[in-house]
Design a protein around this ligand. Sequence first.
Ligand SMILES: C[S@@+](CC[C@H](N)C(=O)[O-])C[C@H]1O[C@@H](n2cnc3c(N)ncnc32)[C@H](O)[C@@H]1O
Length: 223
Amino acid sequence: MQRTEKTTLKRSRTRRASSTRWLQRQLNDPFVQQAQRAGWRARSVFKLEEIDARFKLIEKGEAVVDLGAAPGSWSQYAAAKGARVLALDLLPVDPINGVEIIQGDFLDPAMQVTLLERLGGKVKTVLSDIAPDATGRRLVDRLRAEAVGETVIDFATQVLAPEGQALIKLVKGAETRVLDRARPHFSKLRLIRPKATRSDSSETYLLASGFRSTEPGDDQPGT
Ligand SMILES: C[S@@+](CC[C@H](N)C(=O)[O-])C[C@H]1O[C@@H](n2cnc3c(N)ncnc32)[C@H](O)[C@@H]1O
């Protein structure tokens, strides 16, 4: 990856020290710079790109659900590869060609029903890059990540076609419960830490693949 000169910001009376640190990190992050040059909305696209290159998650014509989609780089990536994408986030997401966008809370059971209705059929891939607000308290953050991860697994078991897959962001410590929830439904579980993950981040991704559907008549992969 191309490197550029390090940018150092001067202290400012109107900017908090934490904001200066964040801005400086953004300005010096090669993944941020590369994403901007390529027109991706977030550096997270490189995590999905790496995992997709290894495990072939996104394919032309397939249906994909993107949970926690804002600002939209994963949806951009999936749509650019020709997938049909349904994206959801608490925050608004600017329109993307080929992507249906819903604003709402994934943890709200009514929203999960809305997603199922909008999909109207099975999908090959569920993506979740949902990051619950971090409190800095390790236990609380772990419990929140577990709740999201388990809910995504439950949702995935309702929408995935046989042999489908789910890619789910977790934080370290939340893996055990989410793996336990996923194990009966998937033939392969992998924990992955992509290169674009920041070195100080506790995030890790669970790729659950080979979905075993128990629904009668669900013996053919579909979209
Ligand atoms: C790391 S960002 C996702 C980045 C995105 N994958 C991309 O490439 O642009 C995490 C997102 O999760 C969303 N989020 C957190 N909790 C959520 C929830 N309960 N329902 C829906 N979205 C949620 C946040 O609003 C935030 O936009």
